[in-house]
Write a protein that binds this ligand. Structure first.
Ligand SMILES: Nc1ncnc2c1ncn2[C@@H]1O[C@H](COP(=O)(O)OP(=O)(O)OP(=O)(O)O)[C@@H](O)[C@H]1O
Ligand code: SF4
Ligand SMILES: [Mg+2]
Length: 327
């Protein structure tokens, strides 16, 4: 049995649009080790949610998925029939969304939703309610027994996200995919949810893929980080690799522009100059060339291959093969 709960090999996702095929994710490969949290970071529109959704196969109708394999506990999800994928989703693989209100049904009580979600279990209704109460206790909902009878709108935003986390954990999944789980919350609540996720992951031993814009949260929560730019995985490594030894010029700029790294007072927050390229008409060469201050001639001619930097640390930049240390 492999040490990875998930192994993604060469996965691409195109969206069929009126202006052509939008290549949202291209040749993505990465692993999620058992019991580890992997962060997926990058600017808005880089393809983070598309990559997260393809894993759980919750794609819009205009999506075309291609590639080698998505091995989940050794089974290729690309070969699964829709009904087998449905059985896996919400069971061994679950998802936490950005806005808990969209994940919860507003007209059903939390108790009903938490017992309904256990429909595959043979436990009695009473036992399912007890399991729900235990899980709500775990995520820090006070008076969980009484609160089972309340509706989503009777909870605060932070409480609702705790309930979504409880629901995602009910089936004791091997993998949780969390897409911007704290973006809708204020900073204090965000910190609470991050600690909660970390504690629960340690206690239950599951793996998590956490998608976020927020680098501070990724640094605090994750073991490994995958950096995406315009549909490509341009760097991967441990949290230490990415935050202390970033090798790709895009990762370096992303870190420089993180508000947490800005030490002097300024009216304007720094941003990476320029925009993500048009994903329908991709440029020849490196995908980051238009915005990269370190560009050399080769960058406009050939796409860089991933270069090994250290165990588990890879980046795709021509400078890494030029024998120069200034990347
Ligand atoms: N159903 C769709 N049809 C056409 N294009 C789509 C569709 N869904 C996403 N896209 C495009 O795919 C690209 C990647 O989008 P995605 O939502 O995955 O980015 P993201 O990194 O999650 O961004 P954000 O941080 O804003 O959530 C974007 O250019 C987006 O406009
Ligand atoms: S390959 Fe060239 S353009 Fe791309 S990130 Fe490296 S230096 Fe910049
Ligand atoms: Mg997204």
């Amino acid at each position: 049995m492999t040490e990875n709960v998930l192994e993604i090999k060469d996965i691409s996702v195109d969206f069929i649009t009126d202006s052509g095929r939008l290549k949202a994710v291209r040749h993505a490969s990465f692993n999620v080790p058992k019991g580890k949290i992997i962060g997926l970071v990058g600017e808005s529109g880089c393809g983070k949610s598309t990559l997260a959704s393809v894993l759980i196969r919750l794609m819009s109708d205009n999506a075309v998925v291609s590639g080698e394999s998505i091995l989940f506990e050794g089974e290729n999800l690309l070969d699964l029939a829709p009904e087998d994928m449905r059985a896996l989703r919400g069971n061994k693989m679950t998802m936490i969304f950005q806005d808990p209100m969209t994940a919860l049904n507003p007209v059903l009580t939390i108790g009903t939703q938490m017992t309904d979600i256990q429909h595959r279990s043979r436990a009695s209704k009473l036992q399912k309610r007890e399991i729900a109460v235990d899980m709500l206790k775990k995520v820090g909902i006070p008076d969980p027994k009484d609160r089972l009878n309340q509706y989503p709108h009777e909870f605060s935003g932070g409480m609702r996200q705790r309930i979504c986390i409880a629901m995602a954990l009910l089936s004791r999944p091997s993998l949780i995919i969390a897409d911007e789980p704290t973006t809708a919350l204020d900073v204090t609540l965000e910190a609470q949810i991050v600690h909660l996720l970390k504690d629960l992951q340690e206690e239950m031993g599951c793996s998590i893929i956490c998608v976020s814009h927020h680098l501070g949260m990724i640094a605090e929560l994750c073991h490994g980080v995958v950096v995406m730019y315009a549909g490509e995985l341009i760097e991967q490594g441990t949290v230490q690799d990415i935050f202390h030894r970033a090798a790709h010029p895009y990762t370096q700029r992303l870190l420089e522009c993180d508000p947490a790294n800005i030490r002097c007072r300024s009216k304007n927050l720094p941003t990476i100059e320029g925009e993500i390229p048009n994903l329908v008409l991709l440029p020849k060469g490196c995908i980051f060339q238009d915005r990269c201050h370190k560009r050399i001639d080769l960058c406009t001619q050939r796409e860089p291959d991933p270069t090994f930097i250290g165990p588990g640390h890879w980046a795709s930049c021509h400078l890494l093969n030029q024998g120069e240390n200034h990347v």
